[in-house]
Ligand binder design. Sequence first.
Ligand SMILES: [Zn+2]
Length: 243
Amino acid sequence: MSFLRRKKREAEPPPPPMPEPEEVTAQEYAVRLAFVARSSDGLRLKADQAVARAIPGIVEPLSQTPIEVIEPLPLEYSDASPAIERFNEVQQWVLARRDVSPIGRHGLYVLEMTDALDMTVDTFFSGLLHGDTDTSGYPEYNAIVGGLASHWDELSGELIVRAVIGWGGKGLRGDTERIGQKLLASLYQQVVASGYSLGEAEQARLPAIGSRSGLTCAHCGFEAGSAAAFYCPKCGMRMVRGT
Ligand SMILES: [Zn+2]
């Protein structure tokens, strides 16, 4: 029964309070991250898979590295996001993008975080367009990554191509903006000069994603944003309609 007696014993008196300090010394820790992306208007290209295969050759003259073709996300990873605090989404992203190069991964990070790319439908033709990488192969904050992004028009089946560029990280440099604008214009001109372009796309915006239209592509499983879609924006194949 000794523990009962011990419990009743009075608590020790608290130590006398410390004199309140006038000021607390503290070290500050901060990181300022900035990402910038640019996307051009869309250009219409012929509805032809062979034209899609020619796109890397259009980007190539403007890139310091070989062009990496980064396909839209497979259906099972369609929620993937590079936002680190979205744990399930980032896990999908890592799995879906494990074979992408450091340059392509940096490009995807910048362009997806800024919504310049929608990887549920976009195919991204990526390269290092300006600047250097660090010793692990990742682009420096003032390096410019980008190339072309494409998806298929839901109504005409034509390939819609946009020039996309992005940069950023732990810093920004004034001249990156100017060089970026020049590169974006060159990419766009390169598509026009390729001879594949049929003209400007009426709407540069991507098709509506995420709404439940019930119309699903029989080839890749993508669910179209609109029930009026004739072609899959992701793979370009004709939608098969139930009767
Ligand atoms: Zn499809």
